[in-house]
Design a binder for this molecule. Structure first.
Ligand code: A5A
Ligand code: ZN
Length: 505
């Protein structure tokens, strides 16, 4: 797919003052007509989100199977960079591997709690060609039941522990809730699942903390702030002792579970008989964890930073980090020569740069590359060249003239600053969406477009009543914070317990 396949519609009735001025000078550097917003307003989050994914060519939702999307090559390039960060964070002490997609029914059905959680969501392969299969095969909804029978064969002694592996694969879940591209899909194309085995329950608990730290670092690098909470017992992963989740507050105030880490205790070890020989010769059950992230991380990235002009990508994950737009006026050859030299210089410095020499007007090029979320645009014009500068425009709107000779340093600087601005802006947005409340009525109001922090005694009955009466979900107890005593919004019992509540994607 080439850039020229992009279709940029502009609304001819929508003219700003700058536009009318530009009309008379078709090649004006200030021609901003084509930059006028084409996407729906971000307040209409759902429409904005769907159109952005298509217009910026992230994923194509027109594949004729519900809940299954196609990555545009451009979207896939973002994915590659994003998952490169995950790999970088896991590779020092995890080994990447790959297990089969199909799981025999007998293995899948062994762990009762796990089946209960997933049975309604499993796709089954029941025949090979025209012959019915003797043993039905499940399309993995997640891979515990594929991986753990192999762990039984691989793990012999304490020397084999800890064992940490991960894979990035597709998984299938027959979701019955409303599907949305990248957010809730039936083929999760980019399921990163890590599975670890440990000698003790405490070691596994420490691994859950490590996992949350790694995921936190991952989201910081995407400049996406999040909330960390411990899911209530009724919402933990099927078969887990407990689940810690990362939630991202989306533009409409609903939350997106964007990563989870589960302490599996010895539940699966018992079912799949995974034991190791301890130093004293005793056979012991292992303790396990697993943790996962999906393409929801890209949904979060796109949603948190994007605006009405398109994607806004942090430097590290942008497929194109710098676009050079020559302003072809006056000595065009000179402008092109300087632009080409710049491109070479940037490429030599390992910057993912592009030079846009297409026939479109500069304004159209600006629009196109803004839609693609390019962090930095360099405008090279004849007058700037005379002054020994180029115009640097950052995707967040900052624009300045930069001396050609300091360009690489300036770009590095601006990339860092953009990262900081994106994170700070997103953090302010998130914090503005969270409010402490004391009553159910307040919680109802707050969860209409945000997250409520509600006093909750921790009792399960109170929890269910809270969810019913507020008509929102309990995300769970915030991690790493403590609170003063307050009366449970349901039973009035005084405790230091709190829970986040939100409408969830
Ligand atoms: N084996 C563990 C890691 C597991 O399966 N955990 S999980 O069920 O919580 O899934 C991991 C993450 O995948 C979730 O936190 C969520 O961010 C994402 N996810 C789950 N269902 C999804 C779906 N239908 N579409 C997109 N992402 C999904
Ligand atoms: Zn209570």
């Amino acid at each position: 797919m080439t850039d020229s396949n992009l279709e940029f519609k502009t609304d001819p009735n929508k003219k700003s003052r700058a536009d009318s001025k530009a009309d008379s000078k078709t090649h004006s550097k200030t021609d901003t007509r084509i930059q006028s917003s084409k996407l729906p307003k971000k307040e209409d989050f759902s429409e904005w989100y769907h159109e952005l994914l298509m217009t910026a060519e992230v994923v194509d939702n027109r594949y004729p199977v519900k809940g299954m999307c196609v990555w545009f090559p451009f979207g896939f390039a973002i994915r590659k960079n994003v998952y490169g960060i995950i790999r970088e964070l896991l590779d020092p002490d995890h080994q990447e591997t790959q297990f089969p997609l199909l799981i025999p029914e007998n293995e899948f059905m062994k762990e009762a709690q796990h089946i209960k959680g997933f049975e309604d969501e499993v796709y089954w392969v029941t025949s090979g060609g025209t012959s019915p299969l003797d043993v039905k095969l499940a399309l993995r909804p997640t891979s515990e039941t594929a991986i753990y029978p192999m762990f039984k064969l691989w793990i012999r002694s304490h020397a084999d522990l800890p064992l940490r592996i991960y894979q990035i694969v597709n998984t299938f879940r027959y979701e019955t809730k409303h599907t949305r591209p990248l957010i809730r899909v039936r083929e999760i194309t980019s399921f990163k699942e890590a599975h670890t085995a440990h000698a003790t329950w405490e070691d596994a608990a420490a691994q859950v903390e490590t996992a949350i730290e790694r995921y936190s670092e991952f989201y910081r690098r995407l400049a996406v702030p999040f909330l960390v909470s411990r899911r209530p017992a009724w919402d933990k992963f099927p078969g887990a002792d407990y689940t810690i989740a990362l939630d991202v507050v989306m533009p409409d105030g609903r939350t997106l579970q964007a990563g989870t880490a589960h302490h599996l205790g010895s539940t699966f070890a018992r079912t799949y008989e995974i034991t190791y020989e301890a130093e004293n010769g005793e056979q012991k059950l292992i303790s396990q964890t697993c943790y996962g992230i999906s393409e929801r991380c890209i949904a979060a990235l796109v949603s948190v930073h994007g605006d009405e002009r398109g994607l806004v990508l942090p430097w590290e994950v942008a497929p194109t980090q710098v676009v050079i737009v020559p302003i072809l006026l006056g000595d065009k050859e000179k402008v092109l020569e300087v632009s080409r030299n710049l491109l070479e210089k940037l490429e030599a410095a390992c910057v993912r740069a592009r030079l846009d020499t297409s026939d479109e007007r500069p304004g159209a090029k600006f629009y196109k590359w803004e839609m693609k979320g390019v962090p930095i645009r360099l405008e090279v014009g004849p007058r700037d060249i005379e002054k020994g500068v180029v115009t640097l425009a950052r995707r967040d709107g900052v624009k300045k003239a930069v001396p050609l000779k300091d360009l690489l340093t300036a770009i590095a600087c601006e990339a860092n600053e953009l990262q900081a601005v994106l994170y700070e802006r997103a953090k302010q947005f998130r914090d503005g969406k969270i409010k402490e409340v004391t009553s159910i009525d307040e919680a109802i109001e707050q969860t209409e477009g945000g997250v409520a922090l509600v006093p909750w005694c921790g009792n399960e009955e109170c929890g269910h009543e809270l969810e019913d009466r507020v008509a929102a979900n309990i995300l769970g107890e915030p991690q790493g914070q403590s609170f003063p005593e307050a009366a449970c919004a349901v039973c009035g019992r005084v405790s230091t317990g709190r829970t986040y509540m939100a409408r969830q994607y």
